[in-house]
Design a protein around this ligand. Sequence first.
Ligand SMILES: *Cc1c(COP(=O)(O)O)cnc(C)c1O
Length: 361
Amino acid sequence: MADTLGVPFALGVTSCTAALIVALKALGIGYGDKVIVPANTFMATAGAVVNAGAVPVFVDVDDSLNLDPHDLERVCDEEVKAIIAVPILGNPCDMDAITAFADKRGLPVIEDVAQSCGATYKGRYAGTIGTIGTFSFQMNKIITAGEGGAVVTSDPTLFERAVRYHDQGMFRQKERYGITSSEADHALIGQNYRMSELTGAVLCEQWSKLATINSRTRQLHAELLQALQASLPSLRTRSVVDAEGYLGSNLGFLLPDAEQADAFIRTLDAENIGTHLLYGGAPVYRQPQLLHQHTVDKTGFPFNYPFRHPVDYAQQPCPRAENLMARTVYLPISPLLTGNDLEQIAAGIVKTCRALTLFGE
Ligand SMILES: *Cc1c(COP(=O)(O)O)cnc(C)c1O
């Protein structure tokens, strides 16, 4: 994995949730810290921050449905200790803008590329551009080993802390990496997030298919988009910062409003074409456990920290995510689709747009 991605260090763990916790702990983040998380992401991104003992603050999205770098200034106070960038459904983030902001503030960037394994930004793999990257091999992701995850970095100190945190504070194969630190000084109290040998064996085989899966999906996506653009003069899809690096594992339609998005989904369903909103069409902070800050700890840890600027998710801090997530409809594109499937899907979408007078039809 490290060889493919062009980084010195990759560490297999049990899941991407574990990978995020390991990455945060490697960076020394915990109680009393805040971490910037995009409003459009899976619960695991925010949940990992809480499980690491820190508190998420939410940054808005733009038309790419990824983190809007222009909104970072608004949410970044002196209690923020890291930024998590999440390329949603194969669409790379605007990493130049994000790292420029992070560098200015001296903040590390974690790339949670759970949904975008193999995506690139300006020729570099997503997950290798920030300070540390996290991957998922859960069933719904680009490639799967059943469950599984990985942490990737170029920083030997972060790698050592990640290895130790994921394995009860130990580093079993230091010599292999030329790391000579003493146990007395560097051992720490960690966790068990070790990837099993069985998962590793499955993943080795799956990893060898990654490039083929992604190039097929990209090709199907490009063909479908071209067919739709030819028939739908004002088609609107989510914006993409690097078309070459985009995986094309989904096509994201930007509908005019939530009501029309709902009608679009229902009409396509009648054509046997499955589409969906992501996460119920609402920002992650609307999930009740985050909204009400419910954790398993009876003290309210970690939300009980006396922050100078307290967080209150009920304020609905991200109006564009509220608006865009409710009207962005995703069509998953499987690498197993045939040319005939693709024609039927394109015809069904055009028919639906005619029926609903969408996108210039
Ligand atoms: C799926 C997902 C995760 C969690 O991955 P697991 O391997 O299931 O723990 C984290 N972040 C994002 C953005 C995801 O989509």
